[in-house]
Design a protein around this ligand. Structure first.
Ligand SMILES: C[S@@+](CC[C@H](N)C(=O)[O-])C[C@H]1O[C@@H](n2cnc3c(N)ncnc32)[C@H](O)[C@@H]1O
Length: 182
């Protein structure tokens, strides 16, 4: 797994090593299991999933979407799955957005699966008192760009998820998108 900020990687590394005081992902794991329909979602089920995820996170790398490859030493066209959540739009400059998408998808082998999530058509979002600028993108940008980088348009699936009533309305909506490299 990769992130731009060493501090973010440290937080995940602390959790994987189960260091005292590490962030508690338990409620997120529980919600994930509930969404998957696992029953019953008890402490043992949460613990088992946490063990599984910890075992799968074996390397922590500095990642930079503006670089090719975005993770130093990563071999192009070699990954079965590449997942990038809320990062491609985290650089608010529209300039070279396509290049950043290209850097990410170049990691996938033919037949590999891209999974991206992004905020939809938003210019910024609040985290506490801070407003984070994001690039205003929609699924249409990906439908336009991905075929230029080795994806059949028919392989692209996406779902727009709106902020639910009662939740923070400053989040307009999100997109979850998957696509298979030809
Ligand atoms: C909203 S967070 C998403 C974090 C995480 N992927 C998630 O889903 O919770 C945006 C992330 O983009 C990362 N980021 C900012 N600039 C980046 C860059 N040039 N290359 C890669 N990631 C970057 C930040 O470090 C931050 O972790």
């Amino acid at each position: 797994m990769a992130d731009y900020l060493p501090a973010n990687l440290r937080v995940i590394g602390d959790w994987v090593a189960a260091r005292p005081g590490c962030f508690d992902w338990g409620p997120y794991v529980q919600a994930t299991l509930e969404l998957e329909g696992v029953a019953p979602v008890d402490a043992a089920a949460v613990e088992a999933r946490e063990r599984e995820v910890r075992a799968k996170l074996r390397g922590f790398f500095h990642g930079d979407l503006t670089a090719d490859p975005p993770v130093p030493g990563a071999s192009p066209a070699s990954y079965d799955v590449v997942m990038s959540n809320y990062c491609l739009e985290a650089i608010p400059e529209a300039d070279r957005f396509e290049e950043r998408v290209a850097n990410v998808v170049a990691l996938l082998r033919p037949g590999g699966r891209l999974v991206v999530q992004f905020t939809r058509d938003m210019a910024s979002y609040p985290v506490g008192a801070v407003d984070f600028p994001v690039l205003q993108v929609t699924e249409d940008d990906f439908l336009r760009l991905l075929p230029r980088h080795g994806f059949d348009v028919a392989s692209i699936e996406y779902e727009v998820v709106g902020a639910e009533p009662g939740l923070d309305r400053s989040y307009a909506s999100f997109v979850m998108l998957g696509a298979t490299k030809a």
